[in-house]
Design a binder for this molecule. Structure first.
Ligand code: SF4
Ligand SMILES: [Zn+2]
Length: 152
């Protein structure tokens, strides 16, 4: 579906003149998309570009013939780190999906436990520095437990 980011391929998109709402599922958790949206994507000349863009940048909506859950799975398989655009739309969707107003917070810096947890929340594979941070933390936790057992 067209959005505010200027991307050339969208000029040829089947959804160029369609109502954007049909690409967003307002009822459930990213499963029930309209047949109109599914049809548009299935014959779209720029489906490949759209899919690649959405895999990297879109958390919500039906893009390139993929639901959010399908994209999440592919991101995991391919180790893609999602970079969500800071759009008003995404901010408002955050609120809708979890039923309360929520701002998109800036992501914590990689190489920290917080950033590791953030990768998990976004359904991403953790990057090297974050994986290392969590390993160190887990080791430290275990070490403390062992100390406690020895002393107690
Ligand atoms: S694949 Fe679907 S969402 Fe993507 S540009 Fe084409 S019609 Fe729009
Ligand atoms: Zn990271």
């Amino acid at each position: 579906m067209p959005n505010k980011f200027d991307m050339g391929w969208q000029e040829e998109a089947n959804c160029k003149n369609l109502n954007m709402d049909i690409f967003y599922d307002t009822i459930g958790r990213g499963q029930g998309f309209s047949s109109e949206a599914i049809d548009a994507c299935s014959t779209c000349p720029v489906i490949d570009q759209c899919r690649e863009y959405a895999l990297n940048h879109e958390l919500y909506g039906y893009w390139g013939g993929l639901t959010p859950i399908e994209r999440k799975r592919i991101r995991k398989e391919r180790g893609i780190l999602l970079e969500v655009p800071e759009s008003e739309f995404n901010k408002s969707m955050m609120g809708k999906m979890w039923g309360k107003p929520r701002q998109l917070k800036p992501r914590p810096e990689c190489g920290t436990v917080a950033a590791y947890q953030s990768h998990r929340r976004y359904g991403e594979v953790a990057c090297e520095p974050c994986a290392l941070a969590i390993r160190i933390k887990n080791k430290e936790t275990k070490r403390r437990q062992r100390m406690k057992e020895l002393n107690g």
